[in-house]
Write a protein that binds this ligand. Structure first.
Ligand code: GRF
Length: 220
């Protein structure tokens, strides 16, 4: 008997290279997922075009059409629920989601952020790592809460900052790691190996005391 693939929705505001990495991992058979919806707050987002090409239903919702942020977030997440999605991935979705809208999704939403959280929540993470003189930079996948980039971190990818790195080069060098990190973390969630329960992150039934780390052969 085969198990039905998990139904997953993705939200993205930009070009969608992380979405593309998820689609590729799925096509390679590494991610047992059915993508039921790709949504965006930007009608021009490249992620929506990628979804159309892949025959995935899309949703573009303009926040300006709502009285406030909460109204937008409640409608957005209600539409995602109506798509049948069980899990939601934020892949470059550039908005903080309201806590009330998030509540039914606790433990079912992950986000990828281009820093070694808890360092550098928010924007301009590459620039801030360089300005601080950090020797190491990276990306994190975390469960989403109402606090910007503040939910429990489950997995990270690290890279050494090199003398020739500027903001753009660092971002370019990090991106391929993001593209491995996000599908690998989602696969753990989909396979029910990763859970966030009663305030603790569990992986394979054990409390995760530190984020998993992306190595040569995947998450360790
Ligand atoms: C990525 O760097 C991701 O970590 C951040 O936004 C960027 C999105 O890039 N949250 P893309 O749209 O997936 O190419």
């Amino acid at each position: 008997m085969s198990i039905a693939p998990a139904k997953v929705a993705v939200l993205a505001s930009g070009r969608g290279s992380n979405l593309a990495a998820l689609l590729d991992a799925c096509a390679r058979g590494e991610l047992p997922v059915e993508f039921v919806l790709v949504g965006s707050d930007k009608a021009a987002a490249g992620a929506l075009r990628l979804a159309e090409v892949a025959d995935i239903p899309t949703l573009a919702l303009d926040p300006h059409g709502y009285p406030d942020r909460r109204a937008f977030d409640l409608d957005l997440l209600a539409r995602i629920a109506a798509s049948g999605a069980e899990l939601l991935v934020l892949a470059g979705f550039m908005r903080v989601i309201d806590g009330e809208a998030l509540r039914p999704w606790e433990g079912r939403i992950i986000n990828i952020h281009p820093s070694l959280l808890p360092k550098y929540r928010g924007l301009h993470t590459h620039r801030r790592a360089l300005e601080a003189g950090d020797r190491e930079h990276g990306a994190s996948v975390h469960f989403v809460t109402a606090e910007l980039d503040g939910g429990p971190v489950v997995a990270q990818a690290r890279l050494t900052i090199e003398p020739g790195d500027d903001e753009q080069r660092l971002a370019e060098r990090l991106l391929p790691l993001e593209h491995r990190l996000l599908p690998a973390t989602l696969a753990l969630l989909v396979n029910r190996r990763l859970q966030w329960q009663a305030g603790a992150v569990l992986c394979d039934g054990r409390t995760l005391s530190a984020p998993l780390s992306l190595g040569e052969h995947g998450l360790e």
